[in-house]
Unconditional design. Sequence first.
Length: 600
Amino acid sequence: MMIHRPSIHRALTALAATAALALGGCGIAPSSATKAGATAAAVVPHLSGTAFGGEQPIDGGTVQLYAVGTTGLKSAATPLIAGAPVHTAPNGGFDITGLWNCTDNTATYGVDPPLYITITGGNPGLGPTGSNPHITLLVALGPCSGLNAGTFIYLNEVTSVASIYALAPFMADPTHIGASPAFMPGLRNAIATVSTLADTTRGSTPGTTVAPGVAVPVTTINHLANVMVACVNSDGTSSCTSLFDAATPQGGSAPTDTATAMLNIARSPARNVMAIYTMPTPSAPFRPFLSSAPADWTLALKLNGHGLSGPTGIAIDALGNAWIANGGGSGIVGLSTSGTALTGPTGFDANGTIFGAQGIAVDTLGSVWVADTLLSTVFKLNITASAVTASTTYTNAISGPTGIAIDSNNHIWVANYADASVTELANDGTPIGGSPFNAGGTLQTPAAIAIDKLGNAWITDNDASTIVKFAPDQSLLSGSGYTDGALLSPLGIALDTNNNAFAASSGNATVSSFATDGTPLANSPATGLNTPTAIAIDGANVASVTNAATAGSLAQIATAAATPSATLGSLNSPFGVAIDASGNIWTANSGDDSITKFVG
């Protein structure tokens, strides 16, 4: 079977599985009292920084330091500066003095809380009595234990854009940024991304932690920063009105501050693109910036090298690391959330024994499982300290595997494309039950596989143009197969939070959707796509679908919608997609051997 070419065999499981996000979290108390069972984290006596609107210092802006909310997604943050407010000086500088404690409740959460800082209002060089009440600049700082008396913070539009985009999935407005304990690691990883996008001590882009092979969208960040400058360095009238009008969400209310306006742009990056592009003035301070309007306002990191070769499948582990199957070459590649190579300069190939991998998944024990189509093998990779330390090969009951997924018992379900069957493996690689089984002979070419909350396995049958569903006991639930009458050559499949199934119908550029009993949903199929191959669905039931044409893109579809709400990015034959706990969307671009990470 030829793998490294834009064919059905290459695309079979670009989206067979997305990683479960079984994550820990953190908590905070903004007082000097330490709770029972807790240990004191950093006691910060002094922080300093400066606030600028473009090249103008902001005088009289109000400074506030926050600990992120821990009671739920977008929960209220805790202000840590009490009593007399802190204001910026005429040169934009500020000092935060006095003691506060961030309590590290190790017994409950195991980590100390992330912090962020804001500047609101102030005079950006408007004369002795000028002020702009619409100014809000925001910078993510990271965990309290990482701050000390030498910490310096540069608040401006560049560091605000970087912080707001990274924090967008966790942010309702500048005073509501938070996550439940289970998703706090995702929020911490989001804050870590800020240091890749921008230098928060200098107010510039790129940041200080750019890994080798990572390209930062500098011109887009600068352009968005210049969009903010047009409002910040004004008296808050017409320039701000233009920004707030363009950043008003469809059916929503207009923002009233610059941070919320940028948050709305991050959330709806394909909305009012030209209006936003034309906002910066000819004297825009942040350069270089865009010379032509973009297709959208996404911030996407491009990752190259490290042994990437025709990448197809992609999965995310509990730490936010991405694991990629090289469909067009040997081995797999591991990348940290910042893009640092975890598998060395050429990837990991188990001494040359992984060649033709397509499906990839991560179990809750941290092991990475790889379906090698060409060699009819499933590999289990043991991961220690984010590095591959051992690998085990399984061939029993495996034949040309493409899709791979893992259930809540850490059993591995494999779609065997070559012999029209499905195999269930125990975590030690032992075939379970009647493996391999074939739905009474109705399966023809099983491609991708996904497991719902009840443990049922959903499989796309490419040649039969149907969806096949098995119960956890391997009994067939779908009869002759589910179809909406339009499904044609399906590839990737994913489940939403309601156990509805969504399949990328590559043969007619649609996405078909089915209720748990196999009944097509009301808007099935969704149209307006271009060679859809892979699909992942986030917690808000928004599907991200790879349009795997040479000039490809990422389509986003609300699962109740009939057409994409947006088509994002400029990608080269993306065949895989996964969503991490920070809300970042990762695509595996087989056309140019790269990975794209859409921030936030």
